[in-house]
Design a protein around this ligand. Sequence first.
Ligand code: GNR
Ligand code: NI
Length: 172
Amino acid sequence: MARLTILEYPDPRLRTRAEPVETVNDEIRQLVVDLFETMYAAPGIGLAATQVNVHRRVLVADVSEEKNQPVALINPEIISAEGCEITEEGCLSVPGYYDRVERPDTIRVRALNVDGEAFEMEAEGLLAVCIQHEIDHLDGKLFVDYLSELKRTRLRKRASKTRRQEPAGAAL
Ligand code: GNR
Ligand code: NI
């Protein structure tokens, strides 16, 4: 098991489009285990492989209070989406920033499980939002891309300021 380092905005590696997984092997299963460990430790309700600089289409989520409903999706695809809901989103790759994003509130997803079997699931509410947020990461997209240019410019300035204040060598 390993806790992985999470890339932070505006790191250009977060803009990488992840490649589909061809075979769900032990390497991918280990990645899933490490993603869960990193997500629970953060703590967060979801994590995409892109955020730990692994550019494969793998994501994990657990939106339950008790942290006992792990969901792992490999090569996830949204096959239908309905409704819309505004949620205050945050992101482990944009620490300390939260803002409202509008997305469909019910989705149907097709994916592979850790045994490499195809399955479909329906998700609504926070889980639906989280899965869409994670699939965006796999496409190199961040929730701040839905905000105004003004807000993103402020965020970029703040991010570069924060890094300058850290002691040399930290967080690199
Ligand atoms: O921990 C997280 N919380 C969250 C809250 C609202 C909408 C989406 C999320 S996902 C985020 C973890 C993360 O950054 N996943 O990519
Ligand atoms: Ni995120």
